[in-house]
Design a binder for this molecule. Structure first.
Ligand code: GDP
Length: 601
């Protein structure tokens, strides 16, 4: 084939829509995928359903077998559905493509008993942001008390076969879900009442356990794709392949390989490809395209078979040199018949689309994929938490070195999302006082960091409070002079606030404060104590005055508060001091402000 032939060769066809399954943990995502795969296999044509890398293709013939009378295969010309195998919005955001989500359509799984949960909301946010059409699978309908299971039956038929009470219980749960969708800005209804799936979200009651409703789910997905996405599914199978890296991993005998989903064109075993890497685009030649061997052929140790080409939409393992720096979530583009520089520029542009804003001061973020990095960064931006460095990959010692340069104590932190922390990095972090947060749920990761920030701020507050002179008013008791001077030792009663040692003491006379000396010790029945509270009587020693001259029995004395301290106490720490300290403070401020209204402001 000559070059001219190749460039003019086109072959337009409709590709399989890519389906992602999202939802809160334990709501049944994995079970539902397993059920769909299982139903497809038992639909008779094992062999027709194929396990791909990272995805399962369910062809139209199998869907129509499962859906029975719900589907007339002649209504459709899309070839079937390709389900991404790893459910959850984590993989969903990993699977980005130019300008948005790689999945064309999504199933949001909601447990009918549990309703909307944090990750349901997180998934909804992502679906909104990426403008991905979705339907809701209201799962676990078989758990409604009294439910009579009808394996794999379409949902309306099985609902008709239940008692009235059971149906009414289920309907109530379903309407709660519809209500929650509406609270989140989506008009929704039971799928059989939805005419326009673009304007309304269809809710499909299902059970991953019994397969009830699964025929409906597949029918709705198929109908939705056919009706609204047909144009987007048009591809040129002869065009250069375009895909997304799902995972970068070692494959025995092939070194570092990429698990990828191809969503446009064809990738061939002799192609040159450009892949997004940590240090920019990587240009490399494909060495082999691999697929899992069909089940019946797994006798030998070879788990994979080599294929000559893979056409969208499909999953494939790509073996090629120089892939160590490739990033999960990054684009892959085939160069074939084009200028290599042009393709590199396309990959660069796509990488630049991933918005992560870094600043000179902030936390370090590590994530397993570009998509998750982007998702965390946007959450942190909403919370106004600045990021100093954001990268894909394991937490390494050099990340700790970056984190420890942060000026703010709250920023000496690494937020690690679904990545490994290398042992020497962990040790170094501990040694250098850099906090490590690890989680694989974004909101939990951020929540834990937030708690840490709050703890630091409280500690700082306490530290400030420690170093600030606290207000107290006390009175010298009659007939309680134990020593007249050097130092004066007198019995006192605390009138307001908390009296501590090592403070200066003032006395007010004619509206003017005079410092009379320094309070050195407090004794309670001969024992030294650090402080005394309102109502307590203690003996105190005061350096400076003589009883009968600067101070007298019956005098009211005050702890002298520096103006700066008074200001901090009034403006920042009012909530952190006790009620009687607050009272002492306001009396003290009032005395000062009688002579200078701006004192301590
Ligand atoms: P995921 O975390 O969303 O992937 O949830 P799983 O698929 O792991 O399901 C969580 C639990 O719910 C498992 O114990 C499942 O067996 C159970 N489960 C899932 N779907 C159903 C269902 O339709 N009916 C019943 N009774 N249990 C279910």
């Amino acid at each position: 084939m000559s070059d001219t032939d190749a460039t003019t060769e086109t072959d337009h066809t409709l590709r399989t829509p890519i389906v992602a399954v999202l939802g809160h943990v334990d709501h049944g995502k994995t079970s539902l995928l397993d059920r769909i795969r299982g139903s497809a296999v038992t639909a008779g044509e094992s062999g027709a359903i194929t396990q791909h890398i990272g995805a399962t293709a369910v062809p139209l013939s199998v869907i129509s077998e499962i859906a029975g009378e719900l589907v007339d295969p002649t209504d459709f010309d899309l070839p079937g559905l390709l389900f991404i195998d790893t459910p959850g919005h984590h993989s969903f955001s990993t699977l980005r493509s130019r300008g948005g989500a790689l999945a064309d359509i999504a199933i949001l799984v909601v447990d009918v008993n549990d309703g909307f949960q944090p990750q349901t909301l997180e998934a909804i946010d992502i679906l909104k942001r990426t403008q991905t059409p979705f339907i809701v699978a209201a799962n676990k309908i078989d758990t409604v008390p009294g439910w009579n299971p009808n394996e794999n039956m379409p949902v309306q038929a099985t609902m008709d076969a239940q008692s009235e009470r059971v149906t009414s219980d289920l309907n109530q749960k379903l309407y709660e879900i519809i209500g929650e969708l509406s609270d989140n800005g989506f008009s929704a209804d039971m799928y059989w009442r939805v005419q326009d799936f673009q304007a309304n979200i269809g809710v499909v009651p299902v059970s991953a356990e019994t397969g009830e409703g699964v025929p409906d789910l597949l029918t709705v997905m198929m109908g939705l794709s056919q009706r609204y996405m047909k144009e987007e599914m048009e591809i040129d199978t002869a065009g250069p392949g375009v895909g997304t890296v799902l995972e970068v991993k070692d494959t025995q005998g092939f070194g570092t390989t990429l698990d990828a989903i191809v969503y446009d064109g064809t990738i061939r075993a002799d192609d040159t490809i450009v892949v997004g890497g940590l240090q920019g685009p990587i240009v490399t030649d494909v060495r082999a395209l691999l697929r899992p061997r069909p089940l019946e052929e797994i006798r030998t140790e070879a788990q994979f078979e080599q294929v000559d080409e893979v056409t969208a939409a499909d999953g494939v393992k790509i073996a090629a040199p120089d892939l160590d720096d490739a990033m999960a979530g990054a684009p892959i583009r085939v160069v074939r018949n084009r200028e290599q520089s042009e393709v590199i520029a396309e990959v660069e542009e796509e990488l630049a689309e991933i918005e992560v804003t870094t600043q000179e001061e902030g936390v370090v973020v590590k994530a397993d994929t570009l998509g998750s990095l982007e998702a965390i960064s946007s959450t942190l931006a909403e919370e106004e938490i600045p990021i100093m460095r954001a990268e894909v990959g394991a937490v390494a010692p050099r990340d700790v070195r970056v984190a420890e340069t942060a000026n703010e104590p709250t920023h000496r932190a690494i937020l690690a999302f679904s990545v490994e922390v290398l042992d020497d990095a962990r040790d170094l972090a501990e040694q250098e006082d850099v906090e490590l947060f690890e989680d694989d749920v974004i909101y939990q990761l951020v929540e834990r960091y937030d708690d840490h920030v709050t703890a630091i701020e409280e500690a700082q507050q306490e530290q400030i409070l420690e170093n600030i002179t606290r207000p107290a008013k006390f009175r010298i008791l009659q007939d309680h002079t134990f020593r007249q001077s050097d130092p004066a030792v007198v019995g006192v009663e605390i009138l307001s606030g908390e009296l501590r040692r090592n403070v200066n003491v003032v006395k007010w006379a004619d509206g003017e404060p005079t410092r009379v000396g320094r309070l050195k010790t407090i004794q309670d029945e001969g024992e030294d104590v650090d402080s005394a509270r309102t109502g307590e009587r203690m003996a105190v020693s005061i350096d400076g005055p003589t009883v009968g001259r600067q101070i007298e029995e019956g005098d009211d004395l005050w702890v002298e508060i520096p103006e700066k301290h008074a200001k901090i106490l009034e403006q920042e720490l009012k909530e952190d001091i006790s009620v009687d300290e607050r009272e002492a403070l306001s009396m003290y401020l009032e005395k000062h402000r009688n002579r200078d209204p701006f004192w301590g402001k």
